[in-house]
Ligand binder design. Structure first.
Ligand code: ATP
Length: 358
């Protein structure tokens, strides 16, 4: 038994028009740089052309090609790909900081392709915030004033913006550093200021463009945990760009893998690891410890006719690594039970196969 299949480039998402319940809905989105860029998505032959050939033939660079996905409220949606795959261009297209060339783009049901400057300003000031790799802090302003900056731009009164800034400074663990200047803080702390600044305006969506790639590994791990904690506490929708698979798997409810501007696969971490769409994804996930990502749903099988069904019960979403002990210690296969129904069993062989590959 396997879980549902992931959307792959060979079988584009079925939904043709964007769903209204999502925070962000993208359909057939393109960003092409270069002369007469609009002709590329409009012409099936050019649209299907590999990036390098297109560049040679037309002088156009297709940074984002025909992407379709939804980001649901409260979800952490990760966009992953190597350098040049189009991640930064995509995330900037989402608020039209970069103008898409073609496609549909909805933000909480609002068609952003038609939005005027006023609507876009409102979107960027109130509903979406961005956290960048290079913090973008104002060097001569104290931490608290950096955090309150967006509120100042919005015209909020000083007392209320400072009170709100203090609240988010406390939330990200910077209490006591309100009066420091950015250069007096470590990289990790500066990024916490960036996070606080993004949260200050209480946006419904946070966009992160490789926020931790300049940090050293230990600080980076701390900051990933911080994002997970904040997500649990504030429950915001997040779109998180990274080129690091382990970061993607750690943070993402769903992960979009991009290559040369195109969508290779969209799915949960378990879907990418359990059912990679092609060799490119398979190579990416090869080194991932599978027991940490796959759940029992992915390895369960139907019971054999003569098998005792009195083993311990576990849910289908339990990670294999958390079930190993229970499975190996039980004298009968573990019963995988969902909503009171037996949906499969897991024995020593299934678990050991995954552990051996981890
Ligand atoms: N303004 C531009 N004009 C022309 N080409 C561009 C422009 N901006 C980006 N590109 C090209 O688009 C492609 C995608 O770039 P993008 O920065 O979105 O990729 P990325 O996945 O974010 O890479 P990185 O991780 O290195 O930031 C690259 O080939 C890049 O050179």
């Amino acid at each position: 038994m396997t879980a549902s299949t992931a959307e792959a480039s060979t079988s584009p998402p079925v939904a043709e028009s964007a769903s209204t319940g999502a925070d962000i809905s993208v359909r057939h989105l393109w960003k092409v740089f270069g002369p007469k860029a609009e002709r590329v998505p409009a012409d099936p032959e050019l649209a299907a052309m590999p990036r390098a050939e297109l560049k040679e033939k037309t002088g156009c660079l297709a940074a984002v090609c025909d992407l379709s996905f939804d980001v649901e409220p409260g979800q952490v949606f990760v966009v992953m790909g190597l350098s040049g795959s189009g991640k930064s261009t995509l995330v900037r297209c989402l608020t039209r900081l970069i103008e898409p060339t073609a496609g549909e783009l909805l933000f909480q049901g609002q068609n952003l392709r038609d939005a005027d400057d006023k609507a876009l300003r409102e979107l960027r000031r109130h509903r979406v915030s961005m956290v960048f790799q290079h913090f973008g802090l104002l060097p001569h302003r104290r931490v608290i004033d950096n955090v309150a900056y967006g509120l100042e731009i919005r015209g909020e009164k000083k007392a209320s913006r400072l009170a709100r800034a203090q609240e988010v400074i406390d939330l990200v663990g910077l209490t006591g550093f309100e009066k420091s200047l950015p250069r007096q803080l470590s990289g990790g702390m500066q990024q916490r200021v960036g996070l606080a600044r993004a949260l200050a305006g209480d946006p419904s969506v946070l966009l992160f463009d490789e926020p931790f790639s300049a940090l050293d590994p230990l600080i980076r791990r701390d900051m990933q945990n911080e994002v997970i904690r904040l997500h649990r506490e504030v429950g915001k929708t997040m779109v998180f760009i990274t080129h690091d698979l382990s970061e993607a798997l750690k943070l993402g409810d769903r992960i979009l893998i991009m290559r040369d501007g195109r969508q290779v696969q969209v799915g949960t971490g378990a879907e990418l690891v359990g059912e990679p769409a092609d060799d490119y994804v398979r190579d990416f996930v090869q080194e991932v410890p599978k027991a940490n990502v796959l759940t029992l749903r992915w390895i369960m099988r139907s019971p054999h006719p003569d098998e005792p069904l009195d083993g311990p019960e576990l849910g289908p979403d339990v990670l294999v690594k958390d079930a190993v002990r229970a499975v190996l210690e039980a004298s009968a296969p573990v019963q995988v039970v969902a909503d009171g129904e037996l949906v499969g069993v897991v024995g020593d062989a299934e678990v050991l196969r995954v552990v051996a590959e981890s």
